[in-house]
Write a protein that binds this ligand. Structure first.
Ligand SMILES: [Zn+2]
Length: 205
């Protein structure tokens, strides 16, 4: 991806040079030290409804180990790069950059969670200690991982039948059944695909 600086517009191009998106600077918000900027609307649009624990699922792109990932504009290089969405969210919450060698650690241990209240600045050592204290190093329930399983005694938002419906129905059908707008139906379908790994997909689709 590359960028050309215009008088007022950026051209957001893929490697073939095709314009993917045009946006004005006015919809970018500086974060951290101010040399980076992100589109807040694009960020918040991809955060789903909180579950019973208040964890808010990321519905957007993830990196290779399942952490929320977003593009940001690097002013110095005049290019879009990728960063952890959790870091961007924590920077917005703190109103400053994250300290060197510190991360956006989850207090809930759900790497897909985008509730800013569940994020805190800490080192990797802090994170491992906290995970040991909370006995989370074994049997963790990351819905993006292969080992995701139904949590015993937990009340899920949708029944198995509703989840399978969301996985297989069209956006229009989902919107009609749950009485939600089409973009919400899109998020629900994405969520039904990403999460509930313990529920096998129906055979027919
Ligand atoms: Zn959480």
């Amino acid at each position: 991806m590359d960028i050309e600086r215009g008088s007022k517009h950026y051209k957001y191009q893929n490697n073939d040079g095709n314009v993917m998106k045009q946006s004005t600077m006015s919809d970018h918000t500086p974060i951290g030290d101010g040399n980076r900027a992100i589109r807040l609307e694009a960020l918040y649009k991809k955060i789903g409804e909180p579950d019973a624990n208040g964890c808010m699922p990321w519905l957007g792109m993830t990196n290779n180990i399942g952490y929320p990932f977003i593009p940001y504009l690097n002013f110095k290089q005049n290019k879009y790069r990728m960063m952890l969405a959790t870091r961007a969210l924590l920077m917005l919450k703190l109103g400053r950059d994250i300290l060197p060698k510190h991360n956006a650690n989850h207090t809930c241990h759900n790497r897909w969670c985008m509730n800013e209240q569940h994020l805190e600045e800490g080192t990797q050592t802090d994170k491992m200690r906290k995970m040991r204290e909370d006995k989370r190093l074994e049997g963790r329930t990351n819905p993006h991982g292969v080992g995701g399983h139904r949590q015993h005694g937990r009340k899920y938002k949708y029944t198995d039948e509703e989840i399978q419906f969301q996985r297989t129905a069209t956006f229009e059908e989902i919107a009609a059944r749950f009485n939600v707008p089409r973009d919400k139906a899109y998020n629900m379908k994405r969520g039904a695909h990403h999460f509930y790994k313990w529920l096998p997909f129906p055979d027919d689709k």
